[in-house]
Design a protein around this ligand. Sequence first.
Ligand code: UTP
Length: 289
Amino acid sequence: MKVRKAVIPAAGLGTRMLPATKTVPKEMLPLVDKPVIQYIIEEAVAAGIEDILVVTNRAKSAMDDYFDYYPELEERLSRAGKERELSEVRRAADLANIFYVRQKETKGLGHAIWRAKRFVGDEPFAVLLGDDIMRSQVPVIGQLITAAERYHASCVGVQQVSTEAIAKYSSVKVQPLEERIFQVEDMVEKPRPEEIFSNYAILGRYVLTPHIFDILEHLAPGYAGEIQLTDGLKALCKQEKMVAVDFQARRYDTGNLKGFLEATIDFSLAHPETGAWLRDYIKEKAQTL
Ligand code: UTP
């Protein structure tokens, strides 16, 4: 079982980040000096993924422009001797083989994944949500691929969250297999308190077998009237083996304002150009609060 392809669903409306996301896709908002989606593509590439499909919609063409060449700009940078900027602009366009498909109606995450059926074909594939950013030593999707390959199974990335927070995610019923790896027995999307299986929530990374497409194709709308990926995964884990990896990373949901600001601060502190300056600025600011 070799995972070579990844799907990045990025066709959501981004209503939690309005009004900024009315015309700028939330995946294109800058995290320090790169758009959010570039971090996700870099994570996939670092884990050995070669081909990436981004699921977009009619308001998101800035994404395919970003990963294209821009000869006039490159020529200008070259003439001005701006070698570092030139190589960064080029690097983004050469990161991976990136393909695009449109989700013509915003019918939910499960529906967006289903749009990847032809791209994926008959092999296991990775899914990385377009607004979930990870800071880790080992790429999170790589941690999942290792487990999926070892167990010949689908795999979901999980972390423990508080009992109050689990209502925003899917809660997973798990049995331990080894350190940080579990067998998945069941799951529920946005559970009410009496429905919670565990505090392990699925957080933005998956490795799936193509069997998921047969399930998604016939899935009825679930929570919020959308085709929910969790409902598809619930069916998949009953039909074939699925494991969960308690992945090692700090995860940021950049699709909401607080998550986006946390990521901005942490990534700026870690950035060679801004880190030392921001540390001093925060200290100075803290004295006046
Ligand atoms: P979210 O719920 O986080 O994204 O979906 P959203 O719908 O853009 O955000 P809000 O709630 O309106 O602020 C999780 C992931 O699924 C994708 C999103 O782009 C995000 O990566 N998604 C969601 C789709 O691609 N299509 C959809 O129909 C829904």
